[in-house]
Design a protein around this ligand. Structure first.
Ligand code: AMP
Length: 118
């Protein structure tokens, strides 16, 4: 059994968070440490620790994460100028919270995709 993270508590509304979307499959809330004017995290309600753990059984939730990302981008007024969605996986990917999440970032020029070389 994977260990729950703080995101499960946010999904169950046990701790305060700025939730901008919730349905039967996914929850979206504003990142506590925003890297851009819009920085929203979109997570499956079911705990999946990393992208390595996904299976066909998760495809409905994974697809919903993308349709909600597009919906929220429109709602935030950043769809036309553009935005970026990112999912980090494990240590090299820079993953900090082991409950998969899509970062939706926008509202300014985001610059090159990777900032660290090596
Ligand atoms: P990652 O490095 O891809 O695992 O991203 C984890 C993200 O979760 C970071 O951008 C954090 O700022 C964000 N985060 C951590 N705790 C919270 C929280 N309680 N509410 C909202 N965002 C959070």
């Amino acid at each position: 059994m994977a260990e729950e993270t703080i995101f499960s508590k946010i999904i169950r509304r046990e701790i305060p968070s700025d939730i901008v979307w919730q349905d039967e499959l996914v929850t979206a809330f504003r990142d506590i440490s925003p890297q851009a004017p819009t920085h929203i995290l979109i997570v499956p309600n079911l705990l999946i620790p990393t992208l390595n753990d996904v299976s066909e059984a998760h495809e409905q939730a994974l697809g919903r994460m993308l349709t909600v990302a597009a919906k929220l981008a429109a709602q935030e007024g950043i769809a036309e100028d553009g935005y970026r969605v990112i999912m980090n996986c494990n240590r090299h990917g820079g993953q900090e919270v082991y409950h998969i999440h899509l970062h939706l970032l926008g509202g300014r020029m985001l610059g090159p995709m990777l900032t660290h070389k090596g």
